[in-house]
Design a protein around this ligand. Sequence first.
Ligand SMILES: [Zn+2]
Ligand SMILES: [Zn+2]
Length: 91
Amino acid sequence: MVACEICGADVTGGSAFTCTYCGGTFCPAHRLPFNHACPNIEEWKHSKPQKKKAPVVTRNVPVPDDKKIIIAGGVIALVLIILALWFFRVF
Ligand SMILES: [Zn+2]
Ligand SMILES: [Zn+2]
């Protein structure tokens, strides 16, 4: 029987994972270096692909024309309302 070095789960057949950094045998839940307090966790951290750095995709997100029309419409409506208020108050 092959057992996980952390929890002792039977990982005979298929589900055994060998840590490439310390050579230990672990179950799927403990296979990652930070899950079994891997002695070589620093090495793992450095070798990890940096997920935080997302590929820089220069995206120019133009405002859809629909939105422009809605915004313009809203502004015009607002101006008209203000003008109407002004008109009725003055006259
Ligand atoms: Zn385990
Ligand atoms: Zn390890």
